[in-house]
Ligand binder design. Structure first.
Ligand code: AP5
Ligand code: MG
Ligand code: ZN
Length: 218
């Protein structure tokens, strides 16, 4: 299975990617998570990416494309992969197309998650994440059984710097301007499936399984 998740911030891509990767036994590659880890470790990539991420802007294509190309070289991608948050521009989609061609692979589906801005603001303001194992929670919709600590590993949960409302609004604008054109790009290639991301987590997961099982439209 080779699948791409596209959608505005907070729509639930990471939440569904985590669950789907577990259900299907494939690796999930969340470029936002990889970049945040690079920032945390202070690598050259992280140093260059930080100011863009803090501003709610996209990290330049050449950095993200190089990072993804490196990640895809790892053996765990041989059984398939789920790309969460990549591609995010037409240039990234073109680069991915070339990488796929070189690997003799094709995408099965591009899932476009959708939700209204109010839903998104609500979700991001209540999001909490685990710095150690990466599990994502929501204070109301998906609380950790351990309160302010991670239910899986016990670490103290944190709030992402870019989840403050002004930065979220900027991320939404950037999504519309730079990423939304990918929907048409992949629709033309017969790969796009739209998915309502505003339903409860388990309902979205069930619907996602339906979409992935259904045959591709011509
Ligand atoms: P990234 O980390 O990818 O952020 P994003 O796309 O803005 O998306 P989010 O991770 O905020 O949201 P999500 O859709 O994963 O939602 P989640 O499942 O967590 O990117 C961050 C930054 O990195 C970018 O701004 C950019 O700077 C840079 N970057 C990354 N990739 C890049 C690229 N390819 N090119 C250039 N730059 C790049 O859910 C949100 C909350 O809602 C959680 O609390 C969750 O528990 C809850 N929730 C989820 N689903 C539901 C549901 N169905 N019902 C109720 N609550 C739910
Ligand atoms: Mg995410
Ligand atoms: Zn944890």
């Amino acid at each position: 299975m080779r699948v791409v998740f596209v959608g505005p911030p907070g729509v639930g891509k990471g939440t569904q990617a985590q669950r789907l990767a577990e259900r299907r036994g494939v690796v999930k590659i969340s470029t936002g998570d990889v970049l945040r880890e690079a920032v945390r470790q202070g690598t050259p990539l992280g140093v260059r990416a930080k100011s863009f991420m803090d501003a709610g802007s996209l990290v330049p294509d050449e950095l993200v494309i190089g990072m993804l190309a490196e990640r895809l070289k790892m053996d765990d991608t041989k059984r398939g992969y789920l790309l969460d948050g990549f591609p995010r521009t037409i240039a990234q989609a073109e680069a991915l197309g070339k990488m796929l061609e070189a690997r003799g692979e094709a995408l099965d589906r591009v899932i476009a998650f959708e939700a209204d801005p109010e839903v998104i603001i609500d979700r991001l303001s209540g999001r909490r994440g685990c710095p150690r194992c990466g599990t994502v929670y929501h204070v109301r919709f998906d609380p950790s059984p351990a309160g302010t600590r991670c239910g899986a590993c016990g670490a103290d949960l944190f709030q992402r710097d870019d989840d403050q409302e002004s930065t979220v609004r900027r991320r939404l604008t950037v999504y519309q301007a730079e990423t939304a054109p990918l929907l048409e790009y992949y629709r033309k290639r017969g790969l796009l499936a739209r998915l309502d991301g505003s339903a409860p987590i388990d309902d979205v997961a069930a619907r996602l399984d339906d979409v992935l099982t259904a045959t591709r439209p011509a």
